[in-house]
Design a binder for this molecule. Structure first.
Ligand code: ZN
Length: 238
């Protein structure tokens, strides 16, 4: 009787642990409203992302490094910068990289209504269409702060939202070594890594990725775009 009781207790405890695990697992909740910050996979595959461009000086240097390493990445571009430097955006696409929508004006804290966000997304899509670039399926909210009414926004604009789970904080003007360490110590298979191809002072992102990409290749990592990552490791079973 005592043994049966113990077995029952053990079963109940495991059941509770599983239940807590399911309830506390944030990715499943995020996936239901179309927000992704990584793909769950044990395979050594990662996606580098570059925000806030295009920039006439930095973006081209990043493209050079990626071409040299034969690696594709995802660029979350801002509409006003696309309008200013359309040729840079064209070069990003021509080199085989993915473009994501990062709003039109990067309105942190200013845009509260869903209709403003919709306008921000649509204006950037329209600009891209004028350059002959297909409407991106990815939207990255500025600073990763999801707007109010995000799920309906994603539905009406036909997008999914992409965050990240490794943040290089390169916009804080960290040293090259700090950026490298941040990625090398934290990166795991399925991760989405955040960089910027526009920062307000001299960028340390470029020397950092020059060293990081070969170092991560050496550790067995493969580089893909965000869509490739999600298509292969998130949506394949859906
Ligand atoms: Zn941004």
């Amino acid at each position: 009787m005592r043994i049966l009781f113990r077995k029952g207790l053990a079963l109940l405890t495991s059941f509770l642990f599983i239940l807590i695990g399911i309830l506390a697992y944030p990715v499943s909740a995020r996936e239901t409203i179309g927000v992704y910050s990584k793909a769950s996979t044990g395979e050594k595959v990662i996606a580098f992302t570059f925000d806030d461009g295009p920039h006439p000086y930095y973006t081209d240097q990043i493209l050079e490094v990626l071409e040299h390493e034969n690696v594709h990445a995802t660029f979350f571009e801002i509409g006003v910068n696309i309008a200013a430097y359309p040729d840079v955006t064209r070069r990003v696409v021509a080199a085989g990289h993915e473009i994501g929508n990062h709003s039109y004006t990067h309105p942190i804290g200013r845009a509260k209504e869903t209709s403003i966000w919709e306008e921000e997304i649509r204006k950037t899509d329209k600009l891209l269409a004028e350059l002959g670039i297909q409407s991106p399926s990815l939207f990255r909210p500025p600073q990763g702060k999801c707007p109010v009414g995000l799920s309906s926004l994603l539905e009406t604009t036909d997008k999914i939202a992409i965050l990240w789970n490794v943040d290089t904080r390169d916009w804080e003007h960290r040293t090259t070594d700090e950026i490298i360490r941040e990625v090398e110590e934290n990166v795991r298979g399925g991760d989405i890594v955040l960089f910027h191809d526009y920062v307000s002072a001299e960028s340390t992102t470029i020397p950092a990725i020059k060293k990081l990409i070969p170092a991560l290749k050496e550790r067995g990592y493969q580089f893909v775009t965000v869509s490739e990552l999600l298509d292969t490791y998130v949506f394949k079973n859906h």
